[in-house]
Design a protein around this ligand. Structure first.
Ligand code: NAD
Length: 446
């Protein structure tokens, strides 16, 4: 298959896994899992904790692979490695407590491995997203078959190479599939015991349908159309800066990025001016240099962003800054602020996955809540205000998995992450996210 560097458009060829080999991979994984699960939890934790050191020792190669695959600036790739290190350590520190037997009445509740876990992941956080499933799956005693995104192949291969280099990891415990979405579909059709999928809502629905015949256990971590509600007492400069940067980070390609902003009409004009100034100052360019944003992942993503912006312009939106792709080589699109936006525009109904921020005036925060909730998505949400009591009221009512006051997105390590409505099923990155890879068994009468 062809890999295209999104900054330089250089093409590299890489050999795909044979599609027919997936059933055999599953059989081998099943045998390896039995050997692995025979280790005590202490032994498994000890072995997996070496992954953290390997990530640090190899951070130069790993960050280069992330940047080459999907274009994020090197500094952001390094930050992603640090984040993964943080939660590998956290999982290792807590797994024994989370997976220990519990006593209820005269019974024991035991958390046992499910078997073979198929993990399918996207390209936007190609190290951090898959490892929020790979690491807890392995610690819990499972085998893993990992299908990285076709735009995260180099880093996907390296993750598995590093895990397999750890002494004590049985052969075939952690295997990688190199290929596009047909390979994801084949993995879902295979004899794995569970699918942990992260990606678009459309693909998630397809996976749920095709998992039905096997009744696979599934976790679905899907798309978002997150809203921020800015109240009339918010610190305008500070909130505009945080919101614009949150939207544009990773070139707007974050599931839980702010994708709609509802601003109290009393402070709307000031907020738009502040947001426009910040967005137009963000640097976009060669991801090997010190820039805020690199390219978007691929040509299809650039074209999708253009389609959303053009649809908004045709329906009456005003482009305050940005609005069209950068000239020259690479898939670059600048931070874009849109005003005069209405509910008929694609940008208000679906996820653009690019650095586009529509800013909409509302009468008050109550109307902001109604607008924020008027979507099929429900990943993260936030309110921006200096009044904690008001923040509490808003955060209680927004329909999301993670709700923030003057902050937005994934919570600190140890807190569960996942969405409501069509943003997903299940939680990762926490005690819930480790027990998700276990069968809960009640043992009675002993
Ligand atoms: P995608 O759905 O196109 O692909 C994700 C992965 O699934 C890839 O590996 C792909 O090859 C595979 N795939 C695609 N269709 C499949 C199918 N029918 N059956 C099996 N496998 C299939 O998504 P993407 O473009 O790679 O990633 C962007 C999306 O991921 C966005 O919607 C974003 O919001 C979402 N995302 C969600 C989270 C979260 O935690 N909720 C995190 C990151 C990204």
């Amino acid at each position: 298959m062809k890999l295209i560097n999104p900054a330089t458009e250089e093409v590299t060829e890489i050999e795909e896994t044979s599609l027919n080999s997936i059933p055999e991979m599953c059989e081998k994984a099943r045998l390896a899992q039995k050997i692995w699960a025979a280790n005590s939890i202490d032994e498994r934790i000890k072995i997996i904790s070496n992954f953290s050191k390997l990530l640090s020792d190899n951070k130069k190669t790993l960050s280069a692979a992330i940047t080459e695959d999907m274009g994020k600036p090197i500094a952001s790739s390094l930050k992603e490695i640090e984040a993964v290190n943080g939660y590998v350590e956290y999982f290792c520190d807590n797994a024994k407590t989370w997976l220990a037997n519990e006593e209820v009445e005269s019974c024991v509740i035991a958390y046992q491995p499910k078997g073979v876990i198929g993990i399918i992941s996207p390209w936007n956080y190609p190290l951090s997203v898959p490892n929020s499933s790979i690491v807890p799956s392995l610690i819990a005693g499972n085998a893993v078959i990992f299908k990285p995104s076709e735009h995260g192949i180099r880093i996907g291969g390296k993750i598995v190479e590093l895990i397999n280099s750890i002494p004590g990891i049985p052969q075939n415990l952690c295997q990688v599939i190199i290929g596009g979405k047909e390979y994801g579909k084949a993995l879902v059709q295979s004899d794995v015991d569970m699918i942990a999928f992260t990606g678009s809502t459309a693909a998630g629905k397809h996976i749920m349908e095709s998992s039905a015949s096997k009744l696979h256990n599934i976790i679905l971590e899907l798309g978002g159309l997150d809203a921020a509600i800015v109240c009339d007492d918010a610190d305008i400069e500070k909130s505009a800066e945080s919101i614009v940067k949150n939207n544009a980070y990773n070139s707007g390609q974050t599931c839980c990025a702010i994708k709609r902003v509802f601003v109290d009409e009393k402070v709307y004009d000031n907020f738009v001016v502040a947001a426009k100034n910040i967005a137009s100052d963000l640097s976009v360019g060669n991801p090997k240099e010190d820039v805020f944003m690199g390219p978007v992942v691929a040509k299809f993503q650039l074209e999708k962003i253009e389609r959303f912006v053009n649809d908004a312009i045709t329906k009456g939106a005003k482009v305050e800054t940005g609005g069209s792709r950068n000239e020259g080589t690479g898939f670059f699109f600048p931070p874009t602020i849109l005003t005069q936006v209405n509910d008929d525009m694609e940008i208000m109904n679906d996820e653009p996955f690019g650095p586009i921020l529509p800013i909409i005036p509302v009468k008050n925060w109550e109307e902001g809540i109604d607008k924020a909730n008027s979507t099929r998505y429900g990943l993260a949400g936030s309110v921006w205000t200096e009044d904690k009591e008001k923040a509490k009221k808003v955060l209680e009512k927004i329909e999301v998995g993670v709700a923030g006051h003057n902050c937005h997105g994934v919570g600190p390590v140890g807190t569960p992450f996942g969405g409501v409505k069509q943003s997903g099923i299940g939680r990762v990155r926490s005690r819930d996210g480790m027990r998700a890879f276990c069968n809960t068994k009640v043992i009675m009468g002993l």
